[in-house]
Design a protein around this ligand. Structure first.
Ligand code: GLU
Length: 504
């Protein structure tokens, strides 16, 4: 493979959607697979859509994912500037090259005139296309006399520079994902390359930048495929060889109907952004929801690419090794929030109890609880298999840290009676006498007593769980009381009897 140089080129218009993160990831995997360079270029030429904070958000998102930028606005590099607004003048020179070659022209039509034409066309069920069909009847340097349009320029009349789309020509090109494509130019319009505000449009800026930066492969979202014939023609006009193209299929809503949007996330309660977005209308992020970056990356990698094997769990290095752009599918990939959780569950299971205990200790601290790390570790071991997120450890273990304030009324109704009080009162001295209060020690002492008395195990264990936990949930009962210790266990029994007797 020739020298691989790829770029991720987001526009800083808000938080980066997970579809964008996937594009960045595929570029990164592809670059690293072939020992190439991964470039981050900020495409901020549309000033009306610029959003403060978005640039930092993009860089922080990539860093969180473990996607390392080789060249970019922070990293530098010899192909910079890597922010397009920092090189306006360069783009203007390239627009002029196309004008001088006769492949682009000045157009003076006001937005009002163009709007009217659009509306008129709509009335007759047509779409207005600014191209060879109507060009001569509009106000531009191809329809006007040279003296006329030069005078307009001299007077400082606002203008744009448009690409002169050839008339009725079949454009053939290849896309790595889509294969061979043919488009006739009569369906395409004379796209604006340079705007009246002195900024290039995306079409001009990215072609020029991809050329200057010696990009070998353009891997980007499918929404850019319709513009590819224009881009191919622009390369031809400049006389440059174009990079190879791969257009990635869309990420679809969980039901498969349409593109995954921010609103789907809001509706169904899952994030569509990697990190929390703190400005204006805030949005949830995978990081803050408790996802591990490697689980998130693993999940994203498989949304559109398949390794051709049954393997589902991949580290970043394994992804780099296995990745192949030829195995990116043509059709959109349905986003499955449950599968995302599944990945996190898998990654959490791979962590040691010590590691999880340290993470959970942070959570506890933030909520005002403290416990010895060894004790937290044993707790984590009890519930690890049931959880997919560190915060869920709390949902499973809250009662270890605080005695119940209330008791599940359903359980009370069905399982609490005079007998429960009598049996728990009888259990108290048994516990007091138990010297070995380990889980096994407490178990053998309690079962010995139950057997000796010929009691029914359930009629003791259910009320015991009720006074200790407050409900019928939680891990093995003896693990719980052993962790709490004799004193706390007895306290909870006394408190439970007291409170529940008043309710009877
Ligand atoms: N700035 C474009 C975007 O935000 C980049 C498209 C491309 O990669 O060429 O999607």
């Amino acid at each position: 493979m020739e020298r691989v140089r790829v770029r991720f080129a987001p526009s800083p218009t808000g938080p980066l959607h997970i579809g964008g993160v996937r594009t960045a990831l595929y570029n990164y995997l592809f670059a690293k697979k072939y020992g190439g360079t991964f470039i981050l270029r900020i495409e901020d030429t549309d000033q009306s859509r610029y959003v403060e904070g978005a640039e930092e958000y993009i860089m922080e998102s990539l860093a969180w994912c473990g996607i390392i930028v080789d060249e970019g606005i922070r990293e530098g590099g010899k192909y910079g500037p890597y922010r397009q607004s920092d090189k306006k003048a360069i783009f203007r020179q390239y627009a002029d090259i196309l004008v001088n070659k006769g492949d682009a022209y000045y157009a003076f039509d006001t937005p009002e005139v163009l709007d009217t034409l659009r509306h008129e066309a709509e009335k007759t069920g047509k779409t207005f296309i600014y191209n060879a069909g109507v060009r001569q009847s509009l106000s531009n340097s191809l329809s006007l006399k040279e003296t006329e349009w030069k005078e307009k320029l001299d007077k400082g009349e606002p203008y744009v520079i448009r690409f002169k789309m050839p008339d009725n020509e079949d454009i053939h090109f290849e896309d790595i994902v889509r294969g061979h494509i043919v488009v006739n130019t009569s369906t395409l319009d004379d796209k604006v390359l340079f705007k009246s505000d002195g900024m290039p449009t995306y079409h001009l800026a990215h072609i020029v930048d991809d050329h200057i930066m010696e990009i070998s492969h353009v891997i980007r979202g499918e929404e850019w495929l319709p513009s590819l014939p224009l881009h191919i023609l622009m390369y031809r006009s400049f006389g440059w060889e174009h990079p190879l193209f791969a257009h990635l299929p869309l990420l679809l809503k969980p039901d498969g109907k349409g593109k995954l949007s921010k609103r789907d996330g809001d509706k169904m309660g899952f994030p569509v952004f990697p990190l929390f977005w703190p400005y204006g209308e805030t949005a949830k992020g995978y990081r803050e929801e408790g996802y591990y970056p490697d689980a998130f990356v693993n999940m994203l990698a498989l949304l559109g690419w398949n390794p051709g094997t049954e393997q589902e769990l991949f580290s970043m290095d394994e992804l780099i090794n296995a990745f192949s752009i030829d195995r990116v599918g043509k059709s959109g990939s349905r986003f499955d929030p449950e599968k995302a959780k599944w990945f996190n569950h898998q990654y959490l299971q791979k962590k040691s109890n010590t590691q999880l205990a340290m993470e959970f200790r942070e959570f506890l601290r933030a909520h005002g609880y403290h416990a010895d790390i060894v004790r937290i570790e044993s707790l984590v071991g009890l519930v690890k298999e049931r959880v997919s997120f560190v915060k869920e450890i709390w949902e499973q273990t809250d009662f270890f840290f605080k005695a119940p304030e209330s008791y599940d009324p359903e359980v009370v109704k069905k399982r609490w009676n005079e007998d429960s009080v009598k049996l728990l009162l009888e259990l108290k001295p048994i516990l007091e006498k138990t010297n070995d209060f380990s889980s096994a020690g407490a178990e053998s002492s309690i079962t010995a007593w139950i057997e000796e008395k010929g009691y029914n195990t359930g009629s003791i264990m259910t009320p015991l769980r009720l006074v200790i936990v407050g409900a019928s949930r939680g891990p093995h009962m003896f693990d719980i009381i052993s962790w709490l210790g004799k004193e706390e266990t007895i306290n909870r029994i006394e408190k439970g009897i007291d409170r529940l007797s008043k309710q009877m």
